[in-house]
Design a protein around this ligand. Structure first.
Ligand code: C5J
Length: 223
């Protein structure tokens, strides 16, 4: 069903058709949101990120009820770590490196408990789940093919963290011709100032990377 909708957004309205728009949920996995995972191993206070879960869940449920396509991503590597460049694994001085065994299994390794999407946002059968080795969702993944096959032209983003995997994925998508909207209350950073600045960067210069809106503004457009 083609329905021309518009979200009241910044820097101006975001037009979309439900049939050609996917809800993209970036890396809402235990490794970033719960203690004992990758986020915590880098020294971050992970409690900040849990605050967006209720808004993400409401939005996901409304999107599902409207019949929209859902794509979940997870930052995750092969168990043999052949898709994890040493530059990523060895940088800095974390308590646990990618591939090390932590409280939630091997850090950022596909199939381990830490890589599971948090229960509140667990994928339903038929929703797309993609493990990505990088920060951006197109790099080293079949995401472009999957979106093309589904006829998708616009993307609505939620997830973590705003200035790392969300913004990288949005920039990759924007360069590939997708119209991108990020939901302000459904994304979070370990650094609130970075979130605010990343959202400003997206919508500056006439929406140079895309649009921003609240989840309430999206839900209003869906009704
Ligand atoms: C990070 C992500 N922050 N999902 N990953 O390393 O944003």
């Amino acid at each position: 069903e083609i329905r021309s909708l518009a979200v009241q957004a910044r820097p101006f309205d975001f037009p979309f058709d439900l049939a050609t728009t996917a809800l993209v949920i970036i890396d809402m996995q235990r490794d970033f949101i719960e203690p004992g995972g990758f986020g915590a191993s880098l020294g971050n206070d992970v409690s900040l990120l849990g605050a967006i879960v209720p808004a993400c869940r409401r939005t996901l449920q409304a999107w599902r009820a409207a019949g929209g396509l859902v794509l979940h991503t997870r930052e995750a590597h092969r168990p043999d770590l052949r898709d994890c460049p040493p530059a990523k694994r060895l940088r800095g001085n974390p308590q646990l490196r990618i591939g090390d065994v932590g409280p939630m299994g091997r850090v950022l390794v596909s199939g381990e408990p830490g890589v599971e999407i948090i229960p509140a946002l667990a994928p339903l059968a038929g929703e797309i789940v993609v493990d990505k080795p990088g920060k951006g969702m197109f790099y080293g993944t079949p995401v472009q093919l999957l979106l093309q096959q589904a006829g998708i032209r616009s993307l609505v983003f939620m997830g973590v963290t705003t200035e790392v995997c969300v913004q990288t994925s949005m920039r990759e998508a924007n360069d590939r011709g997708y119209d991108c909207l990020v939901l302000e209350d459904c994304t979070e950073s370990y650094f609130p100032a970075f979130k605010a600045q990343a959202l400003e960067m997206v919508r500056a210069q006439g929406g140079i990377v895309g649009w921003t809106a609240t989840s309430a503004q999206l839900l209003a457009a869906l009704h």
